[in-house]
Design a protein around this ligand. Structure first.
Ligand code: ADP
Length: 246
C-alpha cells in the first residue's frame, strides 16, 4: 500500500529544545490511526508540521500519489490539498442553524451572508442531508448551533470538515468533555469517516482509543516509542514506564 502521508526523519527545535526528534510516520489513504503520548510528547507539533503551521528543521513530509513535499506548500495550499484539522474546541457559528453551518462549509465560504445566496441549491441541500445523517444531526438541522450540546457541536464541526472532503482529517482530542454516549457516537463517526479517507486522532482517553479499535502510535519526546494495537503498545515496558513517569 502506498502511503497518503509519509513523514520521515523530521526534527524541529524551539530555542534549542527538540520538540520533534527524527520522527517518522506513515498513514494509508483509508486508515484510522490514534496518536497517544504524555503531555509534551510532540503531538500538537506533529499536527502543526503536517498542516504547515510549523516548518521542521530537517526531514521530509510527502503527500499523495505523486509524493508532493508539503514543506514547500503554504498552510492554505495544504488545506486545499485535502488536509483538514479539527482543533479541540468546537468553532461553529453559534447563531446560525446546523444547516447553514454545513452550507457555509460546503461552499467553503465561512461568512453567514453568503449563505443567503446558496440556500436554494438542491444539490447542496441533498449533500447537507447526507452529512447531517452521517454526523447524527438529521433531526437538528434547523436548530441554532449554539443550542446544541457540546458533543453535538463537535459532530457538527466534524461534519463541516467532511463537507470539504479532506483526504486526511486530523482530530485533536474529540472525546474530551463528552458523555459516554457521545463518545460512543464519536468513535463510530470517525470509524465511518475513515472508510473513505485517512483519519488521525490525537487522544488521551484510552477507553475512547479502545473504541476506535485501530493501530496506535505512541509518541514520546518527539519520536515514535511504539506502534501497533492498543493491547500491544500498552504491554510495552517503555510505554508503561513513560506513562508512569519513570
Ligand atoms: P503535546 O501536544 O504532545 O502535549 P506539544 O507538541 O504541544 O506536545 O509540545 C512538545 C514540546 O515542545 C513541549 O515540550 C512544548 O513545551 C514544546 N513546544 C511546543 N511548541 C512550542 C513553541 N512554539 N515554542 C517553544 N516550545 C514549544
Amino acid at each position: 500500500m502506498t502511503a497518503l502521508l509519509e513523514v520521515s526523519g523530521v526534527s524541529v527545535s524551539f530555542d534549542g529544545f527538540r520538540a520533534i526528534d527524527n520522527l517518522s510516520f506513515e498513514i494509508g489513504p483509508r486508515e484510522l490511526r490514534a496518536i497517544i503520548g504524555p503531555n509534551g510528547a510532540g503531538k500538537t507539533t506533529f499536527m502543526d508540521i503536517v498542516t504547515g503551521k510549523t516548518r521542521p528543521d530537517t526531514g521530509r513530509v510527502l503527500w499523495g500519489e505523486r509524493s508532493v513535499s508539503l514543506l514547500r506548500l503554504s498552510e492554505a495550499r495544504i488545506a486545499r490539498e485535502g488536509v483538514g484539522r479539527k482543533f479541540q474546541r468546537p468553532t461553529v457559528f453559534e447563531d446560525q442553524s446546523v444547516f447553514d453551518n454545513l452550507l457555509m462549509a460546503l461552499r467553503k465560504d465561512r461568512t453567514p451572508l453568503a449563505v443567503l445566496f446558496y440556500r436554494q441549491s438542491a444539490r447542496d441541500r441533498a449533500r447537507i442531508g447526507e452529512l447531517a445523517a452521517e454526523i447524527g444531526l438529521k433531526d437538528q438541522l434547523y436548530r441554532k448551533a449554539g443550542e446544541l450540546s457540546h458533543g453535538q457541536k463537535q459532530w457538527l464541526e466534524i461534519g463541516m470538515l467532511l463537507a470539504q472532503e479532506p483526504r486526511l482529517l486530523l482530530v485533536d482530542e474529540p472525546a474530551a468533555g463528552m458523555t459516554l454516549a457521545e463518545r460512543a457516537h464519536t468513535a463510530e463517526l470517525l470509524k465511518e469517516a475513515a472508510k473513505t479517507r485517512a483519519v488521525v486522532v490525537v487522544e488521551h482517553d484510552m477507553d475512547f482509543v479502545r473504541r476506535l479499535g485501530c493501530k496506535v502510535t505512541v509518541l514520546h519526546e518527539g519520536s515514535v516509542l511504539a506502534e501497533g494495537s492498543l493491547d500491544h503498545v500498552t504491554k510495552n515496558r517503555q510505554v508503561i514506564d513513560v506513562y508512569l513517569g519513570r
